[in-house]
Design a protein around this ligand. Structure first.
Ligand code: SF4
Length: 101
């Protein structure tokens, strides 16, 4: 491979990596008017929701951070299996909440 081709290939690879990172960092938080969010009574702050006991867990203990669908329990915000390619805050909640296994 000629030097020029190698450099062009390196630049193209870097652009792909940068584009990939932009995709991750560009993830949007779930919006309140998202139809799934509305249907599941999603709130950004779980304390704003009326949460009943579910599977033995009192409502006041239910937040995204301890939900089975939350993708990174250590993060302040992460993806949720019910909201593809979007973020939810750790302290959010929706009616789809299910305890960690
Ligand atoms: Fe949060 Fe779980 Fe509802 Fe997703 S399914 S928004 S992680 S409570």
């Amino acid at each position: 491979m000629k030097r020029r081709n190698f450099v062009n290939s390196l630049i193209a690879s870097s652009a792909v990596l940068i584009a990939g990172n932009l995709t991750v960092s560009a993830a949007q938080y779930v919006k309140k008017d998202n139809p799934t969010a509305v249907a599941l009574r999603y709130v950004e702050n779980a304390e704003q929701a009326e949460r009943g006991e579910k599977m033995g867990v009192p409502g006041e203990e239910q937040i995204c951070a301890n939900c089975r669908f939350y993708k990174d329990p250590q993060a302040d915000a992460a993806g949720c299996s019910l909201f593809a390619n979007q973020l939810v805050p750790a302290e959010a909640w929706c009616a789809g909440w299910v305890p960690l296994a």
